[in-house]
Design a protein around this ligand. Structure first.
Ligand code: ADP
Length: 651
């Protein structure tokens, strides 16, 4: 007897779903009543309804739903059961259609079977959408003509398993996080450079890290369970009860500086941060202490303080003004001398700065140079007058030097001002003397020169006579004297700004010819080699410019006694006429190369001592060249020789 016959119907099975299928009025569904169903559907249903594994069948173009008793629990109550029986899948599974549809298409069009594990497919059940996980397979069911007529879904819900896994994962995470934090805390405590100690209110040590051992010399075994007073020097013992009292009131101590004693009786400077510790119920049970060894820092502070005091003492005992400024040049220190000199209070100077007691005539230059120094980071150098408390102005030489860090950024300014008033006065007296003396000497020397010339004329027929030769010697010396007086007069003219030029245009070659003729045999055994690479027209005071060349050539000859020639070269470079004069003499050290153009500057070497001179020739040369808008400079090597360059603009 067939099973179907046994149950007296086309639909097999004794379960709830078999019953429901048999009872359902299929006439109004697209697949019609069971007697119209194809054998393939009936066969599939028998597999479904006898099966103990949860199964769902979707049949026909509308994908009409059937499911078995094993499937039923996953539909819950107050949901799809039993309404989805006989419903098209799209309607039955409306809330997850977007998930199911692509899977069904894969099966229906491609004939593929699908297997997915622990997929989240939410479902409407128990009156709400519930998150549910499923492991399922979708496979095609063929009809009699071997066409795909339906999809069989075998599935089992894995929500409970997944939730368990999730819970497990969460608790593992929690545990490991806790452990992680505890682990990190322990690592921090151990690797800290500070001593981290905990103790009870009775002062009994309960934990002691590596740095505590390193700083105080005691091992954890020697300290844990022991009194903290082991570390406290006798004269500090009274601190402890006060701290404990504070801690008991929940107070925290930050950077409390004190002294502690190590195992080998060394006294350390210690900075303490102490906080009260509570148990889980919030009850105060002891204290945690971070102790930092600041002995080295304190020593450095002491040294810095001592050296600062030393600096102040030094600065205050100096006759100079000494000051420092921040990176922007704002005053942050001045020594006592500034106050005693100016009669101003520290507050007045700090508020209104230096300018309030600088001579009004020097103000503009002072401001200009200070601005430039701040802008360029170059040193500030100026001679200016400061008003004394009694209203008298005195000359000072001020210098301010920027201190820079390794990246070249200014960190501070250090300035000094030195009283040069007496020097200035002496200089003035000397200048006055030179001016008067040269002026007074000029007339008698010119008169002497005139008479000597006259006498030489009278003896021109007796050149070999002792009188004539003596007269010649006198004439030479008088000439030297005339030149010196002329130089001194030029010097005073320059100083008083009275050196006037009478400029005209000349080819440079003409000036050079005249100079060479003038110098004549005074060049001694030296040959003057002239290289005219160009002949620019220059706009000069002929007499003054000749004076420049004569001075340079005389020096070249004078300072190269063993050489045989000097080379005078003229060329043109851009808009400049460039004259160079090369000698092969004693040369000039690099340090002196700039200074030789200063007034009265003479190089002080044993070579130079052999040569007479006053150190004013090059000063006059530079002044004259600069009055012509030109430049003069030297390139030289000791014992090899020098080349002096003069450049003049040509237009
Ligand atoms: P002086 O009267 O001493 O020659 P100058 O002003 O002409 O004065 O020169 C200044 C100094 O420069 C000289 O004392 C000398 O030391 C140095 N000097 C000038 N010209 C030369 C040169 N051609 N070779 C070496 N040293 C020179």
């Amino acid at each position: 007897m067939s099973l179907a016959t046994k149950h007296n119907t086309l639909i097999p099975g004794l379960g709830e779903m078999s019953e429901l299928i048999r009872k359902k009025n299929w006439a109004r569904t697209p697949i019609g009543t069971p007697d119209q169903w194809p054998q393939s559907l009936l066969t599939s249903l028998s597999i479904l309804l006898y099966g103990k594994f949860p199964m769902l069948l979707m049949w026909g173009p509308e994908l009409i739903c059937f499911y078995n008793d094993a499937f039923r629990p996953s539909l819950g109550s107050d949901g799809k059961h039993p309404s989805i029986l006989g419903q098209p899948a799209e309607k039955a599974w409306a809330e997850v259609w977007h998930i199911i549809k692509p899977l069904l298409d894969q099966v229906l069009t491609g004939g593929e079977s699908i297997w997915q594990e622990d997929q989240l497919v939410p479902i409407f059940r128990n009156g709400k959408i519930e998150e549910a996980y499923w492991t399922f397979s979708y496979s095609a069911v063929l009809d009699e003509s071997a066409e795909i007529a339906g999809v069989l879904v075998t599935c089992s819900e894995t929500t409970a398993k997944i939730n368990l896994v999730k819970e497990l994962e969460a608790s593992i995470r929690e545990v490991s996080q806790g452990e992680h934090i505890r682990g990190r805390m322990a690592a921090i405590v151990e690797s800290s450079d500070d001593a981290i100690i905990s103790k009870t209110f009775e002062g009994i040590v309960t934990s002691w890290n590596k740095s505590a051992e390193r700083i105080f010399g005691y091992t954890p075994e020697e300290m844990i369970g022991q009194s903290i007073t082991k570390l406290i020097p006798d004269d500090r013992l009274d601190e402890e009860p006060k701290i404990i009292e504070g801690l008991k009131q929940g107070k925290r101590f930050d950077h409390f500086e004190t002294k502690r004693i190590t195992k080998n009786k060394q006294i350390l400077d210690i900075s303490l941060t102490i906080s009260p510790v509570r148990d889980a119920s919030g009850k105060l049970i002891g204290a945690a202490k971070i102790a930092r060894d600041i002995t080295a820092q304190k020593q450095t502070e002491k040294l810095v303080k001592a050296s600062e005091e030393k600096f102040r003492l030094l600065a205050d005992s100096m006759p100079q003004f000494v000051w420092t400024g921040d990176e922007y040049g704002n005053l942050n220190y001045i020594n006592k001398k500034v106050q005693t000199y100016s009669g101003l209070t520290l507050a007045q100077i700090e508020a209104d700065g230096w300018l309030q007691f600088i001579h009004p005539e020097d103000l503009e230059e002072n401001i200009k140079r200070w601005q430039r120094a701040k802008l360029t980071g170059e040193e500030f150098l100026l001679e200016h007058r400061f008003r004394r408390h009694d209203g008298v102005f005195r000359w000072y030489l001020s210098r301010a030097v920027p201190q820079k860090d390794e990246r070249g950024k200014i960190t501070m300014w250090v300035g000094t001002s030195t009283d040069i008033d007496d020097i200035k006065k002496h200089e003035q007296q000397k200048d006055d003397f030179i001016r008067i003396a040269s002026h007074e000497l000029k007339t008698p020397v010119t008169t002497i020169k005139g008479y000597v010339q006259l006498l030489l004329d009278l003896h021109k027929d007796q050149k070999e006579s002792p009188v004539a030769s003596s007269l010649n010697k006198v004439y030479k010396q008088v000439n030297k004297l005339t030149k010196l007086i002329a130089d001194l007069l030029d010097l005073t003219r320059i100083e008083t700004g009275r050196l006037q030029l009478d400029r005209h245009h000349y080819p440079l070659s003409r000036i050079i010819d005249e100079v060479i003729t003038d110098i004549g045999p005074t060049g001694g055994r030296h040959r003057i080699e002239v290289l005219l690479l160009d002949d620019p027209i220059v706009y000069v005071d002929k007499e003054r410019f000749e004076q420049v060349l004569v001075n340079l050539i005389t020096n070249a000859v004078k300072y190269s006694p063993n050489a045989e020639k000097v080379i005078l070269k003229v060329e043109r470079q851009d808009q400049q006429a460039l004259i160079s004069l090369t000698d092969f003499g004693i040369g000039i050290a690099a340090d002196d190369a700039e200074k030789i153009f200063e007034r009265f500057y003479r190089v002080e070497g044993k070579d130079e001592k052999k040569f007479p001179g006053f150190g004013i020739g090059l000063f006059i040369v530079r002044e004259i060249v600069e009055l012509h808008d030109g430049k003069v400079w030297v390139a030289s090597e000791l014992k090899k020789g020098s080349t002096f360059y003069v450049s003049l603009p040509v237009n």
